[in-house]
Design a protein around this ligand. Structure first.
Ligand SMILES: Nc1ncnc2c1ncn2[C@@H]1O[C@H](COP(=O)(O)OP(=O)(O)OP(=O)(O)O)[C@@H](O)[C@H]1O
Ligand SMILES: [Mg+2]
Length: 440
């Protein structure tokens, strides 16, 4: 009975009872802990993160706590990494200059970038796409992306601003539980559309201008071959007309070529210093006979000495010729035409982009019928003429002022036009002078 030497039986039983009660308590505690742990894992699975690692450490056995804590820390690390990746993606999409929108299968915009918020005035998300851009073509592209996984490029005009035009690339995206949605990347193409329209207008206008003398020539040739064949007087007259029409076509082609040459050099500003006064005098001398024929006297006023200007001599010739030619052609009856050239330390606001800078001012003033205000903004457009028939009759192609504008643009200058009906017109070319370096 060596087993009983340490104590009495009741003592042993009492000891066992205490130990049993202790084990029971410990097992209950552990059960509670395990229930808590199970609850936490459930919450974690539902996306709740209210339990902190230190809450778990209390009372849990190390061999249970350690792996759970490792799991918890790993989850937190992943969560941080995911949040950082989300922020990175969002800032990347926000930095995108074009509007980007993500719509779900129910046509609701779920996300969008800063450009989309600004361009489409989106203030809250989610928002129905058709409340932001109401365009049937775009909606059809969206449905095709969601229902059939189609990629589409569609152009639309926002109803709020019919002058603008956008191109939208619509592509399907898989949005996990939300099913298939679509991403829309918009790009404004208003400028391209305008350039395209200008180009086709230009081609239409140029063809029309060339066709007019060509039709006249064909008509004259027919007449010369037919009824006027044996009439020497009529033949002389028709040959004269043919020469006029051919010269007109030549002028037109020369003007078009010169316009395209000026445009080609638009980004290469002239680098040669030039005295403008001799060029002004030369042009006036050349056009004086033409002015006299129209009963006009050209008066020059040059405020010499004048500083040199960075300018292309040939283009300056062309510019002055065009302005003076107009004054002579359209200013008839005004008695005289004034040509002035001077220098200003600070150009006034009418000098447009040259305002505030030292500049040369070359003005051609006539006292003809003047131009109505509604025509003024359009005068420098190619082929624009106030009175088409009259301009054409006196040989105008409608390209002179467009050439002047492009020459001045290349010289970083500006053309200002001041005209009143019944009082005449004043066209001034402003040429900026090189900035003087500050004196030491
Ligand atoms: N001094 C002016 N007085 C009145 N109208 C003018 C004057 N200068 C230009 N215009 C108007 O502006 C239009 C455009 O002038 P622009 O010089 O571009 O063309 P154009 O004189 O008709 O042809 P081009 O100069 O090519 O021979 C003219 O057709 C004319 O109607
Ligand atoms: Mg002209």
């Amino acid at each position: 009975m060596a087993g009983f030497t340490g104590g009495t039986l009741p003592g042993l039983l009492a000891g066992l009872a205490v130990a049993g009660a202790g084990a029971l308590l410990a097992s209950r505690r552990r059960q509670r802990m395990l229930q808590e742990l199970a609850g936490w894992i459930d919450n974690a699975a539902e996306g709740e993160r209210t339990l902190r690692p230190e809450d778990l450490e209390d009372g849990l056995d190390q061999h249970v706590a350690a792996p759970v804590l490792r799991l918890l820390r790993r989850l937190r690390r992943e969560e941080r990494r995911n949040a950082a990746a989300r922020r990175f993606l969002e800032s990347l999409i926000d930095a995108f200059p074009d509007p980007v929108l993500l719509a779900d299968g129910g046509r609701e915009v779920m996300r969008c970038n800063a450009a989309a918020r600004e361009e489409l005035a989106i203030t809250t998300l989610p928002t129905p796409l058709d409340a932001v851009i109401r365009d049937p073509g775009l909606m059809a592209a969206l449905d095709a992306a969601i229902a059939r996984g189609r990629h589409t490029l569609v152009d639309f005009t926002p109803p709020a601003d019919p002058r603008r035009r956008f191109s939208a690339r619509v592509a399907p995206v898989e949005m996990a539980e939300a099913g298939r949605g679509a991403v829309l990347v918009l790009r404004e193409v208003s400028e391209q559309v305008m350039i395209e329209r200008m180009r086709s207008d230009f081609i239409a206008n140029a063809s029309h201008e060339i066709r007019t003398p060509l039709t006249a020539l064909v008509g004259i040739i027919e007449t010369l071959r037919g009824p006027a064949r044996d009439d020497p007087k009529a033949r002389e007259e028709f040959l004269e007309l043919m020469a006029d029409e051919a010269a007109r076509m030549q002028r037109l082609v020369d003007d078009l070529l010169s316009l395209s040459r000026i445009e080609l050099a638009a980004n290469a500003p002239p680098e040669q210093p030039l005295q403008l006064a001799p060029i002004v005098r030369a042009v006036v001398a050349r056009l004086a006979p033409q002015a006299e024929t129209s009963g006009l006297q050209v008066e020059i006023e040059i405020a010499e000495p004048l500083p040199e200007v960075m300018a292309d001599a040939d283009q300056m010739h062309q510019l002055i010729t065009n302005l003076l030619d107009n004054a002579i052609k359209y200013g008839a009856g005004g008695g005289h035409v004034g040509v002035t050239l001077d220098h200003l330390d600070e150009a006034p606001v009418e000098a447009g982009p040259v305002a505030g800078r030292a500049a040369l001012r070359l003005c051609v003033q006539d006292h003809g019928p003047g131009i109505a205000p509604e025509h003024l903004p359009r005068l420098t457009e190619r082929f624009y003429r106030v009175d088409k028939a009259r301009s054409r009759a006196i040989g105008g192609t409608g390209l002179g002022l467009a050439i002047v504008k492009h020459i001045l643009r290349r010289h970083q200058g500006h053309l200002s036009i001041d005209s009143r009906l019944g009082e005449g017109s004043r066209f001034c070319a402003w040429l900026p002078l090189p900035d003087r370096s500050p004196s030491a």
